[in-house]
Ligand binder design. Structure first.
Ligand code: AHQ
Length: 234
């Protein structure tokens, strides 16, 4: 369909409004900033890794909800890659496995990450709300909520540098997950942005996408609030 001048201007302002959410991205959260400055204790990092594992292991279920609700095969055939990236195609592969290795490099056991004994209520509520959002909202709003990853590559690079500089006790092998995100996140959010701009044309649809991204910023922010509060003086 030919795109008129007005439509392309509307799309540009829509994308700018999506990108403006960087101001609320959890890279700016005091806990994340303290991490990047080398200010976290071993216990605080362990608490963060164990709680973030609950987010990581729920990503495939969130992405499967998008697949289940999305009627367009050209969208599904690319979206399914996210599940493979996390679950892998065999034991020992995938992002969830890599996160378990990150936790082990910080001194956690796989068991205490997998049995969720360290997951704090605020993290559980935020992650469960994200999965429920993907299951119950229009599929394109769930796609829009993943666009926090527009801001992830800078954070991954900063976090990697911080771990290597400030936390030498963490085996470098454990940081592999963040390196994979340096390429996977830009690939994923390029697709998500293309889908959202293609399927959110009306002002109502674009408002729904912006609200979805705002909700996801709150999911990530509230996770760090809960982790910071639990491990404040550990
Ligand atoms: O490791 C992360 C990841 O795989 C994803 C998928 C994406 C989504 O579908 O919501 N968001 C996301 C994020 C990951 N890591 C977070 C971090 O800070 O390490 C950032 C998070 C995001 O930006 O939403």
């Amino acid at each position: 369909m030919a795109v008129t001048e007005t439509e392309s201007a509307a799309t540009e302002s829509f994308v700018a409004a999506l990108r403006a959410h960087s101001k609320r991205y959890h890279a700016r959260h005091p806990f994340q900033q303290k991490m990047n400055e080398g200010g976290l204790s071993r216990r605080q990092l362990q608490g963060w890794a164990a709680n973030r594992f609950y987010y990581q292991k729920n990503l495939p279920r969130k992405d499967a909800a998008v697949l289940a609700n999305c009627p367009h095969r050209e969208v599904r055939r690319r979206w399914i890659q996210r599940i493979i990236d996390q679950d892998g195609t065999a034991d020992g592969e995938g992002g969830i496995e890599a996160w378990l290795r990150l936790g082990e490099a910080m001194g956690l056991t796989r068991e205490e990450m997998q049995d969720e004994r360290n997951v704090v209520p605020g993290v559980r509520f935020a992650v469960d709300a994200y999965v429920t959002f993907a299951r119950t909202r229009p599929w394109v709003e769930a796609v829009a909520s993943s666009l926090t990853e527009l801001f992830a590559p800078d954070l991954m690079a900063e976090r990697l540098a911080a771990f290597e500089r400030h936390y030498p006790w963490i085996d470098r092998q454990g940081l592999a997950y963040f390196r994979t995100r340096l390429t996977q996140a830009p690939r994923d959010c390029e697709h998500a942005l293309q889908v959202v701009t293609e399927y959110c044309r009306s002002p109502q649809e674009q408002a729904g996408a912006l609200a979805a991204l705002s909700f996801k910023c709150d999911v990530l922010w509230s996770m760090l609030d809960a982790i910071e509060g639990t491990y404040a003086d550990r």
